[in-house]
Structure formats: structure tokens, C-alpha cells
Design a protein around this ligand. Sequence first.
Ligand code: ZN
Length: 266
Amino acid sequence: MLKTTIAGSLPKPAWLATPGTLWAPWLLEGRALDEGKRDAVVLALRDQEEAGIDIVTDGEQTRRHFVWGFVERIEGVDFSRMVTIGIRADRYQAEVPTVVGPVRRRGPIHSDEVRDWGIAALDRAVEGLTCRTAVHICYGYGIKANIEWKRTLGGEWRQYEQTFPLLARSRIGGVSLECANSRVPIGLIGLLGDKDVLVGAIDVAAPEVETPAAVAAVIRAALQHVKPAQIYPCTNCGMVPLPREVARAKLRALGAGAELVRRELA
Ligand code: ZN
């Protein structure tokens, strides 16, 4: 019961990619890169095991980033005109699209996607799988731009009131959601039916390490709306932008907080 896990990424070792940087370029090449990625996965697994995390992940040590799909739907960005530029004070080169006019978000980029074929695509993705499955709903890493964007979302984030009933009817096994310091009303998880809920109890946008008691409080709030057997205490999102020591301490807090509630339930 209350098996802990994490949402996606962990910081990469400094010998593999530049620390504190999103979609940081690889610092190795060829076979050395393949081997380095595998080594980094082993380290990520070990950090999680030492922290008492029950369901471990690869910490996304083998991929760079996922941002492209979103940017492609933003007005004013032309993907047919790719250029290579130096970024992060010219520390490295990246291939990027060209901004050709005012940059504007035309509207929700994925919501019609979700309704018309997104859930069907999700079902297809898990078709035939016999393992447990889950999907992560992302409010973004804890970088400055995301933190400022969240301030514009208002007091209550109810965007998932429409999506959760759709997910409840899907074949996906569970949903991973930001709950720590989030303004998503926790009661919305009740709309997920019998799905597993990976309750984000670690804020990845703050360097302060949660106490086990704070983690436990988030889990207890979730327990008001879904059964204990459905809950998997988790991180809000990936921790890749954080210093590794902070990420390790947060993993330990997650393990310890879940243990507190596990004991109460026992
Ligand atoms: Zn996320």
C-alpha cells in the first residue's frame, strides 16, 4: 500500500550532460554516450533505492527533452526554417526553429487532441501491455518561466475537470498529477474513477526539501477522495533541473512521508 514512485526525470550526472539545464546537450559521443547513459540509469536507480522509493524509474537519463510538439503549435514560429545557434551564453549549439512574427498561443494546444483522439491514442499505446500503466499530466518543471506562468492561472486550476472523466473511461491504469503546492483542487482526483493516482507530493519547483510530515499531509488529503489502494505517492514532475543533492533529499522525504501514512493506515 502507498507504494512510492517518481514522475519522470532526475538530474543527470555532470559527466553526461550540463547540470541545471533543460535539454542540455550530451557531453559524450558514440559508444561512450551509450555506455554513459546506461551508467547514469544505474546511478538513478540506486538513488531511488537508497531513498526507499518502491517503484523506480530510469530517471529519463537517456533522453534530452520533449518540448517540440508544443512549440510547433505556437503562432509565429516557423519549423521549416531551422537554424543552429549558440545558446546559454554560447556554451553549446542547438538546432531551433525561426521566430517569424509575434509569438502567440492560439488557444489550448492539446485539449481538442485529448477529446477527439488523444484518449484513443493513449489506449493504443498501452494495448497488449500486461504491466501497470500510467500517464503523467504535466504542469511543467520548476523553471522560472513555469513558475511565473502558474501565477497567471488563478486561484483554482480546474482544467482537468473535463479531462479526468475521459481518462476514467480509458484503458490507462493510472494518472500522475501535481498535488504539492498546486492549485488543482484535490477533490478532482475523485473524477478518475478506479484509476491509480500517482499523487505528486514533492514540489519540483522549490529547492526547499519537504519534511516527511508535509509529504504525509498531501497523501492524507488525497485519501479523502480515493481509496488507499489507488494511491502511489510520487513527485509532482521530473526533477532534472534540480541539484542532485536536493533531488536525493526530496526522494528520501517522499519515502519517509509515505511510510508515515502507511503506518497510520496499518
Ligand atoms: Zn511534469
